[in-house]
Design a protein around this ligand. Structure first.
Ligand SMILES: Cc1ncc(COP(=O)(O)O)c(C=O)c1O
Length: 931
């Protein structure tokens, strides 16, 4: 993931994360030069040379894109050549703006050579594009052909001639003549939705630009060049880079045998020879329609148009109680009619049932599974908070042990209480300086599994729960984590909480680090003879997994391919990173043993799912999938580029960077987890290939779109800074820490949003400078003291202490799992609880001399948002010191006026007698205190 500088002339294409953005920048540069020429600059010759240089640099990229296309480009070059500056500037402006706004997809005028002369219109424009015709979504088809370049125009024309008025979409063909150029086109051109491969083309690109070579080296496996069958090799490369693409292959090989082979599994249709161009055209449109169709939303629209009489319990359905109301008519005006016409509590009329889907919800879920790379997907309308609880309940039984990140979202902790499973808490690496945790490293997870093995409890270790990416952007090495855990427990289930990370599926960079991306790779690996050889060598070297072997913690472990069960689950707040309504969430599974758990999954789904799910949430889940399958690649690349530019803008700004800073990967991830040495996005000398190597190998990677904006040096704590941004600049921020706020960039953000934030930071910086300049020494000293307290005097983060002995089956055990559910229900009895004030003498006394204080509740301060105490956990001095230093007002599970709620020692003693922790599943709230 490379960076960018701000001047288009000086940066190479391969320094960009999004090549499309690089292209738009170069066009802006051409436009700037053209404006200067048109304004009569005395430096015309030098400007012309620069413009020629820019156009020459653009030429290879333009070959890979339909717009502006050969005609507009040659006209532009001619105007530059003939020094017709005004005409040159007019056309350069039109092209640059059209590319920037993507308006050429809809606007016929963008395609005209001369805006006054539309005589050529019919044969230049995609015919669907006309002001009068209804809008047809536009896309491009990549045609890979062995034909000479001189035949390409005819190829394009022959495909254009197949267009019909009745087509639902309109496309322009882009023709290339080699493997490498096809790969480049798929990388550069986000309009490409389908690829028609005509066998027999050569491998090497026609361009020798170093930049393009670097891009190819980063994305195309080196061995591709040596493959005998370039057609299917190209298909596989494209599909792994952009899985959403429809690939078609025309070949004169034995198509019957080829079509049924594994190598062609990623090809949508195989054609014999070149004679079936019409069939291919129809197949292309059909493929698009398959991604475009939103079964649930499409039906909901139809439903809304039908004249329904409703006699069920949902007065807002059809909106009559609203539009005719004397008092709430503005509700109707504000939300519009469709919202009410599309409401129903019925599951008839083709609306299907979320609880037992058999129709369009089922179809929509199947498409979502495809888009997200899983075997199955389930829509959830009450957020990932609910998705997590469903998965916990479905896959866990009372007494199971779950290895879990203590810093994970509270829904997991509550899910464990509900399921009666025992958490084995593992701490993430701390980022004490920012008062936040990082993520769970692989080593402590392995150590926990080995500890369970050494105690003969591995059979009870059911699941590993991990957050990916974390709130603050720590992205795990999902593949390595799973391989190493499977080496110790080959059937362990993984629940990856990807609440923030759904978009990553559509990034060719981040996909490998998603649960489903890594699960698919591991599934293939376990069948691959090359992996088996690797495993055999590993086995010969390391032997059996023996927990007494201390070296295992530092040895990368490999699982036995004959024993592994790939059981991977992902939960994803679609509403957090895609275009769907709040609370829309999805569970995605790739679980080889799903059939065994399906009945329990249904029970869990029924337990947590409302019998009145919101139809609009379901519909937008369907729509978000459509969008991401068709434009996720473009949107995610753009958002990522924007985030990287924003980071550089902040850290490179002479004034802003004195007080604010976007924390870099080096600051957010300790060096031992960045084996590649990657320190920042696009640091000098950091090529695209090195970034890919970091993504492949490093233990953690930072999601560039999640920007920890450090504000301690401005004398502001996170909450203050968040308040200032909201009150004075209308900027909303979600998460804060003691000395930072989290700026999240997503597919909704624009360059203007980034500019808005930069302006706010510049204003704030100027205000600080003024205050310090005018306030004298006293103000400076106060400011410095405040900065020191925020940046240096940060409290240590308290690690998980332990469960009280009464909640442990064997208090001497080296593994730390505990029966949290017993503690939770013991606390339901007020007589079993006591309160101790945080700052009281009693607290100090108890911490020093006992009896031990044991938390009755989850205590979760916001920020940082992780439970510093869970029910049954022994309260330690570290926890209390942390709480005393915390300057946040919102602490869930803690009432400052009453004090910290703890389980009374006599209640714990009573529990020990009445209900041994090993049972752990029965209701203990009625246990008599002191019994
Ligand atoms: C890691 C994580 N998981 C799950 C959730 C809950 O998601 P939702 O808000 O969709 O219920 C959150 C919410 O912030 C989260 O941060």
């Amino acid at each position: 993931m490379a960076a960018t500088q701000t001047h288009a002339n000086v940066k190479g294409l391969s320094t960009y994360f999004s090549i499309a953005q690089a292209r738009a920048d170069r066009w802006r540069s051409v436009h700037r030069l053209a404006r200067k020429l048109a304004a009569g600059s005395p430096l015309a010759e030098s400007l012309r040379a620069q413009a020629q240089e820019e156009l020459a640099a653009l030429a290879p990229i333009e070959d890979l894109c339909a717009y502006p296309g050969p005609r507009l480009l040659s006209s532009l070059r001619e105007r530059l050549q003939t020094a017709d500056w005004t005409a040159f500037a007019r056309l350069a402006q039109r092209i640059s703006i059209s590319l920037l706004s993507n308006s050429y997809r809809d606007d016929p005028a963008a395609w005209l050579v001369d805006e006054e002369d539309d005589a050529h219109t019919p044969d230049v424009l995609p015919p669907g594009l006309s002001a009068s015709a209804g809008r047809k979504p536009y896309f491009e088809v990549l045609v890979v052909t062995p034909g000479e370049r001189s035949t390409w125009a005819a190829t394009r024309e022959s495909l254009r001639r197949l267009r019909r008025d009745t087509d639902a979409f309109v496309y322009e063909p882009v023709v290339v003549g080699s493997f490498e150029d096809a790969a480049l086109a798929a990388i550069v051109n986000y309009n490409v939705q389908a690829v028609a491969i005509f066998d027999g083309f050569p491998y090497p690109s026609q361009y020798s630009l170093a930049d393009l070579r670097e891009i190819l080296a980063a994305h195309v496996p080196a061995e591709a060049a040596a493959k005998a069958d370039l057609g299917t090799t190209l298909a596989r490369m494209l599909k792994s880079y952009r899985p959403e693409l429809d690939i078609y292959l025309a070949t004169d090989r034995n198509v019957g045998r080829l079509a049924g082979s594994d190598e062609a599994a990623c090809i949508r249709r195989v054609f014999y020879g070149v004679e079936e161009v019409l069939e291919m055209h129809l197949a292309i449109l059909d493929g698009l329609q398959d991604r475009y169709a939103t079964p649930y939303f499409d039906n909901l629209k139809k439903y809304a148009q039908r004249p329904m009489g409703t006699f069920h319990a949902l007065p807002v359905a059809r909106g009559k109680s609203i539009f005719k109301s004397n008092w709430i008519r503005d509700m109707g005006e504000f939300y519009g009619t469709n919202l009410f016409l599309a409401e129903s509590s019925a599951t008839t009329g083709g609306l299907d049932s979320l609880l037992e889907p058999t129709g369009n919800i089922k179809a929509a879920q199947e498409k979502a599974a495809r888009a997200l790379g899983g075997d199955r997907a389930f829509f959830v309308t009450n957020g990932t908070s609910t998705s997590n609880k469903i998965v916990h309940m479905a896959l866990l039984a009372p007494g199971d042990i779950v290895l879990i990140d203590r810093d994970c979202h509270k829904s997991h902790h509550y899910g464990l209480v509900l399921a009666g499973a025992q958490p084995y808490y593992i701490d993430a690496f701390p980022l004490t300086q920012y008062s936040m945790y990082g993520s769970l490293a692989i080593r402590p997870i392995k150590e926990a599994l080995l500890a369970l093995k050494s105690e003969g409890k591995l059979d009870r270790a059911r699941m590993v729960v991990l957050t990916n990416c974390t709130f603050d952007g720590h992205v795990a090495n999902v593949e390595r984590t799973m391989l190493e855990c499977l080496a110790i427990k080959p059937d362990i289930v993984f629940l990856w909480d990807e609440a923030w990370f759904g978009f990553a599926r559509f990034s060719p960079f981040l996909r490998r680090r998603t649960a489903m991306g890594a699960a698919a790779k591991i599934r293939d690996m376990m069948k691959d003879p090359a992996y088996r050889e690797r495993y055999n060598a590993f086995k010969a070297r390391v032997g059996e997994i023996d927990p007494k072997n201390k070296a295992l913690a530092d040895t990368p472990l490999l699982p036995d391919p004959d024993k592994v069960r790939v059981r991977v689950w992902e939960t994803d707040s679609v509403h957090k990173s895609m275009s769907s309504l709040r609370q829309s969430s999805i569970i995605v599974a790739m679980d080889q043993d799903f059939h065994k758990f399906e009945p329990m999954f249904k029970e869990a789904f029924f337990t947590h799912t409302s019998t009145s799910p919101n139809l609009q949430i379901i519909a937008t889940l369907d729509l978000a999938r459509r969008q991401m399958e068709l434009e996720g690649y473009e949107l995610v690349q753009r958002a990522t580029q924007l985030a990287i530019e924003l980071r550089h803008e902040i850290n490179g700004h002479p004034l802003i960077s004195r007080y604010f800073r976007a924390a870099t990967p080096a600051e957010m991830i300790p060096a031992q987890y960045r084996q590649s040495g990657m320190a920042d996005f696009g640091a000098p000398g950091w090529s695209l290939s090195k970034t890919i190597a970091a993504l492949d190998g490093d233990e953690f990677f930072l999601d560039p779109t999640r920007i920890t904006l450090l504000c301690g040096n401005a004398g502001l704590d996170g909450t203050q800074f968040k308040g200032l941004l909201a009150a004075d600049y209308d900027i909303q921020i979600n998460k804060t820490s003691r000395n930072s706020v989290l700026v999240q960039i997503n597919i909704n953000n624009t360059k203007s949003d980034a500019a808005h934030l930069i302006k706010a930071l510049a204003d704030l910086s100027r205000a600080i400078e003024k205050r310090l300049a005018e306030g004298g020494e006293e103000a400076l000293a106060a400011f410095q003291a405040r900065v020191k307290s925020l940046v240096q005097d940060v409290p240590d983060l308290p690690d998980f202490s332990r469960f009280h002995d009464v909640f442990r089956e064997n208090p001497k055990s080296v593994s730390n799992e505990g029966n949290m559910r017993s503690a939770f229900y013991l606390a339901a009895n007020p007589d079993a609880c006591e309160h101790v004030k945080i700052n009281s003498k009693e607290m100090d006394e108890r911490l020093k001399n006992g009896p031990e204080l044991v938390s009755a509740k989850f205590v979760i301060p916001y920020p940082p948002g992780f439970p510093i105490l869970v029910p049954g956990q022994v309260v330690t001095q570290e926890t209390i010191t942390f709480m005393r230093k915390l300057d946040v007002k919102e602490i869930h599970g803690y009432n400052a006026s009453l004090g910290l709620e703890c389980l009374r020692p006599d209640a714990l003693a009573g529990l020990r007698k009445a209900a041994p922790a090993a049972l752990g599943t029965e209701r203990v709230s009625k246990t008599p205190v002191g019994a």
